[in-house]
Write a protein that binds this ligand. Sequence first.
Ligand SMILES: C[S@@+](CC[C@H](N)C(=O)[O-])C[C@H]1O[C@@H](n2cnc3c(N)ncnc32)[C@H](O)[C@@H]1O
Length: 219
Amino acid sequence: MSAALRPTLEQGIATLGLELSAAQVDLLMQFLALLQKWNKVYNLTAVRDPQEMLTHHLLDSLAAVAPLQRHVRGLPRAEGALVPLLDVGSGGGLPGVVFAICCPEVDVSCVDTVAKKAAFIQQAAASLRLRNLHGIHARVESLTGPYAVVSCRAFASLPDFTSWSRPALAADGIWFAMKGKHPAEEIAALPADVHVFHVEQLQVPALDAERCIVWMRQA
Ligand SMILES: C[S@@+](CC[C@H](N)C(=O)[O-])C[C@H]1O[C@@H](n2cnc3c(N)ncnc32)[C@H](O)[C@@H]1O
């Protein structure tokens, strides 16, 4: 059934200007199928309609891929070394699994307090053969890094996200928070030692909604 959604996915990828191989598109479709299958058992996301899963989850996460790639490709790193990224409160793997599929140069750890969600990520890593994807069952507050990038989507307020994940962030790392409309009040509530250096507007294909990435670093 989800094969019928492939043209919409491919159209979205083209609109976003992403250069993904046919194998990566296959993996995104397989991930969508896994999410649909295991959502019935594990209750991974409230979104149940496959078309809506594609637009609200996959395309929404894909909209953040080019900004992430731009950042990661600008980082100095030894040849073959992967950039460690922690996706906080990843739930059913959004955006973490999408990042692992689209950015092989990034090593993605998805942390969630709910055991079955972390187990789903481990299962997805095994069945999609993604060696750069890991599920961690923990509270983010208990993790230490260092991660060069700490991301989240639909997780918590910016003050909570940054204070809970600060021990996991590398000294020169960045926070990458996916948000709806510009979160001016949350930004105003951040402590002085968290510096917002960019709020980047995103356009999600086939979704008429406001989206942005709040880029932050330790001041
Ligand atoms: C609203 S869901 C968002 C899931 C996913 N990021 C998405 O965009 O669909 C928030 C997730 O954060 C997890 N969570 C809440 N508090 C957490 C904590 N302190 N550490 C790690 N995960 C947490 C929840 O279990 C839940 O799966």
